[in-house]
Design a protein around this ligand. Structure first.
Ligand SMILES: Cc1cc2nc3c(=O)[nH]c(=O)nc-3n(C[C@H](O)[C@H](O)[C@H](O)COP(=O)(O)OP(=O)(O)OC[C@H]3O[C@@H](n4cnc5c(N)ncnc54)[C@H](O)[C@@H]3O)c2cc1C
Ligand code: SF4
Length: 484
């Protein structure tokens, strides 16, 4: 374990942020990295619990061996630490930045509100490994003469492609957008994760023999049937991209947008890409000098808030239909599970006006242009309370209330009735496959990530990509050494 008395002597610390007034002037990451010595001290707090709740099943979806690498970092063995971390997670620099860290929620020291700074240590291990040159291509020593096509290059597709290439298969990733990365590149803003981290992994994967074919919309530019004929296996990791329909009157007013076109545009701007790309609106959506209202309470809504502040919005309000959560959870009732409690994202902390238990009734405007958002208070059952209506001034409004499934064009339309879909308890339409063999109703066709489980998290996408790669390897070779 780290230091036997570490948790008694050392206070929890995580990387500090640049002040909000500074960080909203740019789109770069703003966490000030901790020194190696500070990270080693944080790792020393780990108690190497008999049952490490951080590690799973309520903690880490990829089952990172957290106590082991905490110990390695404490003992200054950074190279061994990255080797251990890579054995369960292909991209710890992604999760170290954007994961909500259910591991910290499940950590035994969270019973005292001071969990081990697991996410900070994870990010530090990955960043240090790059700095020291430990992360290099690991091409397979033996080739299998089998070939796999992966559709979609989000974290699920990338993790699967890397695992399959390392198992000796010839892997080609087909991606509709101009560059690989999925929502990591075009959804999540640079201030949460800069995109050079994706580029470095893509280079590593190319060094391992993975081919990336970007700008190919499978099902439209290329028939799925052609892929099935050409490859021994096809893995569909297309994500869950269709925005949920809010059904709010006034959505046609100029100034009302779904969240994704806005975030994609800004990510393209920062990445010096043309914003006028296929499938996305070409007119610039910019919040500078505007009153902005964001409808929704999740990650996507929060990313709209942070982006609007960086573009120079005058005021940003965020509307959440859920009641304001308690400041502190009833620890003994919920630990080690994810707790509902008041959380403030770094974007919200930049000055968002947050309204809880509020329903959006209508977008109102003049001459076809948005001027305000009509709202009302709701009761615990989300029913409007009569007489509580009010209007928030708005020049720009974003709808960020989640996703209802994959694009139904492309792959799904192309396969038609052959591909079985279902609707989950959140009302999302997903491609049917279980989480053991990831096999769909179509022969030679597997699926993983958000397209299978519904909109989720990067860490779950990595897990599904890894597990689907194992299932495919086993199906092609009769046995596999890839981990689940
Ligand atoms: C705005 C936003 C913020 C988020 N923030 C976080 C966060 O902070 N932390 C976190 O853990 N999770 C976050 N998430 C969720 C997370 O990004 C997703 O769960 C994750 O990216 C899913 O990975 P995936 O590989 O399944 O799909 P995606 O990342 O969606 O990738 C799917 C890829 O498939 C491609 N594709 C689709 N159809 C085709 C086709 N027919 N042909 C070729 N290519 C195709 C798409 O272009 C895309 O590149 C966020 C999501 C959003 C929308
Ligand atoms: S639960 Fe916390 S203290 Fe226990 S092993 Fe995991 S990180 Fe260490």
């Amino acid at each position: 374990m780290g230091k036997v008395t570490g948790f008694l002597e050392i206070d929890r610390q995580v990387g500090k942020y640049q002040p909000a007034s500074d960080r909203i002037r740019h789109f770069r990451e703003f966490t000030i990295p901790m020194s190696d010595q500070e990270v080693e001290k944080q790792a020393a707090r780990c108690m190497d619990c008999g049952i490490p709740f951080c590690h799973g099943p309520t903690g880490c979806p990829v089952h990172n061996q957290i106590p082991d690498w905490n110990d390695l970092v404490f003992n200054n063995k950074w190279e061994e630490a990255i080797r251990n971390l890579h054995s369960t997670n292909n991209f710890p620099e992604f999760t170290g930045r954007v994961c909500p860290a259910p591991c910290e929620e499940a950590c035994t020291l969270n019973l005292e509100d001071a969990p081990v700074a697991i996410k900070t240590v994870e990010q530090a291990i990955a960043d240090k490994a790059y700095e020291m040159g430990y992360i290099v291509p690991q091409p397979a020593t033996t080739k299998t003469n089998k070939s796999v096509a992966v559709i979609g290059s989000g974290p699920a597709g990338m993790a699967a492609a890397q695992q399959l290439a390392r198992a000796g298969h010839d892997v080609t990733v087909y991606e509709r957008e101009t560059k690989p990365g999925g929502l990591l590149r075009y959804g999540i803003p640079d201030f949460k994760m800069e995109k050079n981290f994706i580029d470095r992994r893509v280079e590593q994967m190319k060094g391992e023999g993975v081919t990336f074919q970007c700008g190919v919309n499978v099902g439209v530019d290329l028939k799925v049937e052609d892929l099935l004929a050409k490859y021994d296996a096809v893995l569909y990791c297309g994500g869950s991209e269709t925005p949920r329909n809010a059904g709010i009157p006034g959505v046609d007013l100029h100034g009302v947008h779904d969240a994704m076109p806005y975030l994609v545009q800004q990510n393209r701007r920062v990445g010096r890409e043309n914003i006028d790309s296929v499938g996305w609106p070409s007119a610039p959506i910019l919040a500078g000098g505007k009153h902005v209202v964001v409808v929704g309470g999740g990650d996507t809504a929060s990313d709209c808030v942070g982006t609007a502040f960086r573009q120079g919005a005058v005021k940003v309000s965020q509307l959440d239909i859920r009641p304001m959560p308690p400041e502190k959870e009833d620890k003994l009732a919920v630990w080690p599970y994810w707790a509902t409690k008041m959380r403030t994202s770094s974007s919200q902390a930049e000055g968002a006006n947050r309204e809880f238990q509020v329903a959006t009734l209508e977008f109102v405007g003049e001459d076809g242009v948005l001027t305000g958002v009509k709202c009302c208070q709701v009761d615990e059952r989300r029913k409007p309370i009569a007489g509580t209506e009010f209007i928030i001034k708005a020049d720009l409004a974003f709808i960020a209330i989640g996703f209802q499934g994959p694009f139904m064009g492309g792959v799904i339309a192309d396969l038609g009735d052959r591909l079985t879909l279902n609707t989950d308890r959140r009302g999302s339409t997903n491609v049917v496959a279980d989480d053991k063999d990831y096999k769909t109703s179509v022969d030679k066709f597997w699926t993983a990530g958000d397209v299978r489980r519904g909109q989720s998290l990067v860490v779950w996408a990595i897990r599904e990509g890894r597990q689907a790669a194992r299932a495919i390897d086993e199906a092609l070779m009769g046995a596999t050494t890839l981990p689940r």
